[in-house]
Design a protein around this ligand. Structure first.
Ligand SMILES: NC(=O)c1ccc[n+]([C@@H]2O[C@H](COP(=O)([O-])OP(=O)(O)OC[C@H]3O[C@@H](n4cnc5c(N)ncnc54)[C@H](O)[C@@H]3O)[C@@H](O)[C@H]2O)c1
Ligand SMILES: N[C@@H](CCC(=O)N[C@@H](CSCO)C(=O)NCC(=O)O)C(=O)O
Ligand SMILES: [Zn+2]
Ligand SMILES: [Zn+2]
Length: 371
């Protein structure tokens, strides 16, 4: 079938809106019509050419919501008409990782996903007869996409896809990082570096956990207003200080914060986030994705004196098991999604979404395929 799609033909170039060919779903696969998709910084990261797994030409996008159109052989957990959220972290329920009870990092389709193909090693997308790569097992920048069954969460059909698409990545990652990875407790202090979709979701999660002081840190002070609305109590622009930002936070708190979260993808800030954590027990969670060749460093003494460095993918959330409940929480007002959607636009204007992100003017731009 034909599908409108925004294709990244080359790194660093704007996406091109073209009509691509989408082959039918094979065994264990599902054809999904995407209704809405958010644009996450990770899409921009891969488009920039900095992603070691980046492949071109590719259909990017991994923060979508849609409806099942057709299922391949052997698919039993979803049927045409079901409302779904594609998952870049699959959940097969059977692999060593799924059954460990320790992680959400299912391995069922991860190897082929990282190579931009479906589990049988081939692509369902082509343009003018040439194959296009899939992206993160989702490729939500195509109106019709093919996804592995294990990479689909079935959600309430009454949910608003323009909002719940954000649970496909950004909001789930931030909220999950607070509850699953850091396990923030009532009264704990929290520092959030980077106030985009991820950082603001961390703040929302911290407020749910009844955290005490919540420090919101960004070099763009325009982000502070929304951070305050989500529950941040203290606001820091590192550009206002000569001292390293970790020193500023330690001076403001005495010994540092109980939890810090890096939501930027900057290895220098990752170091600052670790070093502003409380002596003896403070922990720092890396969420941001850093470019190829980047490495983190600190004095080992920072760890010797009790700080812990952690990381999280998709906030530690098991998509098929937990995402339907998060959608219910959003419908019940327990998770706020609307304030994240600062812009909406048709697929044809998707490059504007990347411009707004780079200019610091958006939190999330949400693309709609049908008016
Ligand atoms: N681990 C995961 O599962 C996961 C999931 C989603 C996104 N991410 C990553 O999280 C990061 C954030 O994504 P996003 O969509 O919120 O991005 P975004 O671009 O919307 O937000 C980033 C924010 O960081 C701020 N910033 C940039 N440099 C800064 C600095 N030196 N000090 C303080 N603030 C600074 C920017 O002003 C902006 O507000 C990206 O690296 C993305 O790839 C990771
Ligand atoms: N491909 C990159 C790493 C990209 C990365 O870290 N992705 C995050 C999700 S970002 C969503 O916006 C993630 O979940 N990673 C775990 C996984 O992909 O299995 C690289 O090679 O460095
Ligand atoms: Zn993302
Ligand atoms: Zn698994």
């Amino acid at each position: 079938m034909k599908s409108r799609a925004a294709v990244a033909f080359k790194p660093g170039q704007p996406l091109e809106i073209v009509e691509i060919d989408v082959a039918p779903p094979q065994t264990g696969e599902v054809l999904v019509k995407i209704l809405n998709t958010g644009v996450c910084h990770t899409d921009a990261f891969t488009l920039s050419g900095q992603d070691p797994e980046g492949l071109f030409p590719v259909v990017l996008g991994h923060e979508g919501a849609g409806i099942v159109m057709e299922v391949g052989e052997g698919v039993s957990s979803v049927k045409p008409g079901d409302h779904v959220i594609p998952l870049y972290t699959a959940e097969c329920g059977k692999c060593e990782f799924c059954t460990s009870g320790k992680t959400n990092l299912c391995i069922a389709v991860r190897a082929t996903q990282g190579k931009g193909v479906m589990p049988d090693g081939t692509s369902r997308f082509s343009y003018k007869g040439q194959p296009l790569y899939h992206y993160m097992g989702c490729s939500t920048f195509s109106e019709y996409t093919v996804v592995a069954e294990v990479s689909l969460a079935k959600v309430n059909p009454k949910s608003n896809p323009e909002h719940v698409c954000l649970l496909g990545c950004g909001v789930t990652t931030g909220i999950g990082a607070v509850h699953n990875t850091a396990k923030v407790q009532e009264g704990d202090s929290v520092a959030v570096f980077g106030l985009g979709g991820i950082g603001l979701a961390v703040i929302q999660g911290a407020r749910q956990a009844k955290a005490g002081r919540i420090f919101a840190i960004d070099t763009n002070p325009d982000k502070f207003e929304l951070a305050k609305a989500f529950g941040a109590t203290d606001f820091i622009n590192p550009k206002d200080y000569e001292a390293p930002i970790q020193q500023v936070i330690i001076e403001m708190t005495g010994w540092g914060v109980d939890h810090s979260f890096e939501c930027i993808g900057n290895v220098e800030v990752m170091r600052a986030a670790l070093e502003c954590a409380h002596r003896g027990w403070g922990q720092s969670v890396v969420i941001g994705v850093a470019g190829a060749g980047k490495e983190i460093s600190t004095r080992p003494f920072q760890l010797v004196t009790g700080r812990t460095w952690k990381g999280t993918a998709f906030g530690g959330v098991k998509g098929r098991t937990q995402l339907p409940g998060m959608v219910e929480d959003a419908m019940a007002g327990k998770i706020e999604l609307a304030p994240f959607v600062t812009h909406t636009m048709p697929l044809e204007d998707i490059n504007t979404a990347f411009d707004l992100m780079h200019e610091g003017k958006s939190i999330r731009s949400v693309i709609h395929y049908t008016p």
